[in-house]
Design a protein around this ligand. Sequence first.
Ligand code: GUN
Ligand code: ZN
Length: 472
Amino acid sequence: MSTPVVYYGSVVNPKALDVYDALPRCLLAISAQGNIDFIVEDVEESLIQQTLAERGLIDVEVVPLGRYEFIMPGFIDTHTHGPQFPNLGSGGQYELLDWLQNVTFPMEAKFSDPEFARRTYTSVVQRVINNGTTACCYYGTLHLEASMILADIIHAHGQRALVGKCNMNRNCPPTYIEASSATSIEDTKSLIAHIRGLAPAGRALVQPVLTPRFAISCTDELLDDLGKLASGDNALHIQTHISENESEIAFTKELFPKAPSYAGVYDTFGLLRQNTILAHGVHLEPSEVELIKERKAGISHCPTSNFNLSSGVAPVGEYLDKGLKVGLGTDVSGGFSPSILDAIRNASIAAKVVSLPYKGRDDIPGKYTNRMLPIPTLLYLATLGGAEVCDMDKEIGSFAPGKSFDALIVDTSGRSGNPNFYEHASVDKALDGKKALEAMLEAFLFCGDDGNISRVYVQGRLIGGKSFARLD
Ligand code: GUN
Ligand code: ZN
């Protein structure tokens, strides 16, 4: 975008784990560089121009939002697998280790064909964007060329993302395994260089991420080499899986008998730090929670996948009380939906499942442990919490001057195309201002879909959403 833009209307802004601002009649000014310039709350329509002039903005375009629209920060998907989208909706009869061998690895192996990769990733990326995900942590496959193609496509679409090629040199089928630690590292370095060459430093929306698939698929030598690569480059993000499934944990302990724990395996090799994203963490031991907190690594909570692959229910409330960073992940295709809205709903259900035995008790310690997650917390996990997990909370996750305008315009009117939204039955017409906005947000989180997401912006640039698709 090349000129400043000002939006006038309702804004939802996550603030902390237990609070968000619902701001009707807001002026939200975006700079020509796509950053938030200022937010002024509760401005009378007749005072818009005067308010802008007081802040030095004259003759600037003001975009009014409709009565049933609001702006919110874009969703952050802290964990998904680009090459598994063709498998969406299949494999739920398996548990993790059998699912990988029978369903996942055979599909990922197909990405040795760059044309298949290009075709698939082109539709994957626009689909993820149209679901409101402005920042996404993608796993590719083990293939260098396909992973470069994934990064190129994301870059061309203007989405913010971390992109990694999987490191995996053992316990994988012969048709889908890396030959050695040396070749795995060589390809990883090539992908890092390729991604960092896409945009000038400081303006890069796509960044590389080290992606040891999980401890089981990496030899000690490979983990050690990845740790060395990480130690020379603090900006390099790291993503992996941890403690998702009980058979996986048992096998990990067999493979690394000297490690104090599963988290301890990653820590031993220097892979646990402030920009490490750990997917799942369903069955973490108390000492692992402490270690992860000490290292400032984050958990990607993937409840849809944890239900679908019968992995278990992560005690997210406990993690929040203990001070862990937590965000949400779709984990396609362990999870059967690419929408963070589904992750929000399943995170809510997961917390309710955990809370059921404690119903009606008033002696539960902590604020979140063994309790339902309230709406502000669900919103936080999907936005600012995800930004913290990605170590990007200074740039994204909420609206504040200087942060990037990574945002959604949400339409909860009867014209959205989502039949759950009648004109507008789910919001009491007698409600006004803040209460109506809170009701619209709740309806969107619990029964919204991509039909309600009319525009998706990253760094101020329109990159997707329903209106964008129509214009396309
Ligand atoms: N653990 C190792 N690889 C995977 C994967 O692709 N998906 C999930 N859910 N867990 C994993
Ligand atoms: Zn995963």
